[in-house]
Every structure is written in C-alpha cells, then in structure tokens.
Ligand binder design. Structure first.
Ligand code: PMT
Length: 320
C-alpha cells in the first residue's frame, strides 16, 4: 500500500508499516509470566530508559541516535525496587542497567574497581561493600521476580515493545505506573524509503528527509493503559520552552505527571507538573556536593512519585 508520509501518520498506521523486533514474542511471554507472578496488590512500574535509534539503511551501518545514557532510568529502577515496586525495565541495549551502571560505565576508568595482588585479580577493598550490595540486590530482585529487563535498539523496536507491555499491564489498572524516561525519536525515515544497502559516499553530500513520528503518548493514555498512572518526561535545552511544553503535554494527553528537565542540569533539578500544579510545579533538586557524596536526584524523585502514585491508587479505590 502506498503511503503519503508527508503528513503525520497515526500510530496504528505506523505499526502496519514497520516490522516488529525479534524479541517481541519473548517479551510478551516474559511480561505475562512476570505480572502473573505478582501478588494482587503489588505495585508495578514500567521504566523506559535510554535513547532510540533511527536507521538510515535497511542493512544498518548508520543511524541517528537520541541522547540518553540511561542514568535516569537505571538509577530510578533501583529506587523503585527499594520502595517495593516490581520493575519492568525497557532499556536501550548497551545503555546503563540497574546495579551494573557503576561498573559498565565507570567514570573513574575502565576496570578501575579491580586490582592484581600476588597474581590474583580481586576487587579493590574500597569497592567491595558497594559491589556486594549491588550483586546481592540484583540477585535478590531477579530471583524474587521483581525485576524484568527487556531491551530495544531502534525506534520501531521501542514502540512495538511499549505497546505490547502496555496492553499486558493495563488490566492491572491504577497500581501500574509508567515512567517514560527513554528519549524517543521525533523523526524517522519510513522503511519503504530506506536505502537497502550502505549509502555510498561517492555520490557526494547526503540530504535526509525525515518524517515526523506520531506521539505515542496519545494512544498510550487514551487506549492502551487508560487507568494506569502515567509519568512522562520533557527534555529541553531552551529554558523558555520547558514550562510551556510541559503544560502543553499535560493538556494534550491528559495524563498524571510531566517531569521537566534541562539537558545540562538534569542531574540536579527537575520540575513536577500536574494538572493542579501546572503554574507552580514542585521542584526537586540536589547540590553538586550531594552528587559528589553519591546521592542521586532519583532518590527524591522516585519517593515523591511513589507517594503521588499511592494517592492515585487510593482515590481510584474510593471512586469504585
Ligand atoms: O538517560 P540520561 O542521560 O540520564 O538522561 C535522562 C533524560 C534527559 C533522557 C530523561 O530525563 C528525559 O527527559 N527523557 C525524555 C526525553 C524525551 O524524549 O523527551 P521529548 O520531549 O522528546 O518527549 C516527551 C515525551 O513524549 C517522552 O516521555 C516520550 O516518551 C514521549 N514521546 C516522544 C516521542 C514520540 N514520538 N512519542 C512519544 O510519546
């Protein structure tokens, strides 16, 4: 079927014209098992994390990436687990993962937590406690069925997986939170317009025409998971745009919370926008000293969201 890609397509049309990821069936079965293993009042959160890629070729050598290391998502997942949530972690392959993030992307240097003593490789004493806690927590949460990790790479992988997981958890209603921290592409090249093979440089400059990706928050809030507690993120680099764009998202999609953050201060300051606090958003902030002392803003952020989620669950129970 021919498709006019100059206009913004609707989400269903997007799915009709793109192929699902190879792990979709596996993800369906694992999420299904995961939610069936939870007790009836268990709070569950879907954390999305990392950036989506948009391929420029079908046999992909080059792609456009969205900025996100996965710090927000992986750190938040750890906090949600500590607060008693069961976590489905939908993450970009090779981005930061809970309990592994301090070792896979160690800012103090590659393998700097190891040393060789008398010919034996061992963990440096100053790392032992932290590593031991991370290992214990990771093993405990996976064995107790409290952490499930599902990975994506491309925009299309992400959208298929997001829809699949949303439809599966939707029946659990208000006790499910969506925490959409992944950085999702706003532009893509439709699969029928993609070059089959590596684009050749011999032809000179490259001009790309990218189409707008439909906003998937709309079907998520309205159709896929209408009873769940939905938190989206708004990332901007221009401070003038942040508040207006966060308010606009709330009005347009009608979900519960928008967390606004600026690219360069995202580790120190975030604003929580809700319908009631649209003009006076709650601010959560930490200092550089806090950060240097190993404190993450996600601790306060997740605590605050868990509190609001609990209020949401209680208010929907009262309505029933
Ligand atoms: O991982 P870190 O390095 O720690 O960085 C964290 C972060 C800055 C990436 C994170 O805090 C953040 O802001 N994530 C959202 C980034 C983003 O995609 O913002 P946006 O303004 O493009 O999208 C806003 C919302 O719309 C998002 O919740 C997204 O899930 C949703 N969206 C986006 C595009 C699209 N086509 N459909 C969507 O539904």
């Amino acid at each position: 079927m021919a498709l006019d890609m100059r206009r913004v397509i609707d989400p269903d049309t997007y799915f009709d014209h793109n192929s699902p990821p190879t792990n979709l069936g596996w993800a369906h079965d694992e999420v299904d098992k995961f939610i069936k293993a939870q007790s009836p009042d268990q709070r569950i959160v879907l954390v999305t994390s990392g950036g989506t890629t948009v391929p420029l070729e079908n046999n992909t050598v080059r792609f456009v990436d969205n900025f996100s290391a996965g710090t927000r998502g992986s750190c938040s997942a750890e906090q949600f687990l500590a607060m008693g949530y069961a976590v489905i972690f939908l993450y970009r392959e090779q981005s930061l993962q809970p309990f592994n993030r301090n070792y896979s992307h160690n800012t103090k240097g590659v393998l700097s937590f190891l040393e060789r003593t008398n010919g034996q490789i061992r963990i440096k004493p100053e790392w032992e406690e932290k590593m031991g806690q991370d290992l214990d927590n990771y093993q405990k949460y996976t064995q107790e069925n409290k952490l499930l990790m599902v990975n994506f790479t491309t925009l299309s992988d992400y959208l298929f997986l997001l829809r699949e997981v949303s439809l599966l958890v939707a029946s659990l209603g208000p006790r499910v939170m969506f925490y959409l921290a992944a950085a999702v592409s706003d532009f893509f090249i439709p699969s029928h317009s993609l070059s089959e093979h590596k684009i050749q440089s011999a032809t000179g400059d490259l001009t790309l025409h990218m189409n707008q990706v439909p906003k998937f928050l709309r079907p998520l809030v309205k159709n896929w998971a209408p009873l769940c507690f939905i938190v989206s993120f708004k990332l901007e680099t221009d401070p003038e745009l942040l508040g207006p764009k966060a308010r606009h998202a709330l009005e347009k999609y009608g979900h519960q919370v928008v967390i606004a953050n600026m690219l360069h201060t995202r580790k120190f300051q975030v604003w929580l926008f809700t319908k009631e606090e649209a003009m006076r958003p709650a601010v959560i902030q930490i200092s550089q000293d806090d950060l240097d002392a190993g404190r993450d803003i996600e601790q306060d952020l997740v605590e605050e969201l868990a509190r609001r989620h609990q209020q949401y669950i209680s208010s929907t129970l009262q309505q029933d």
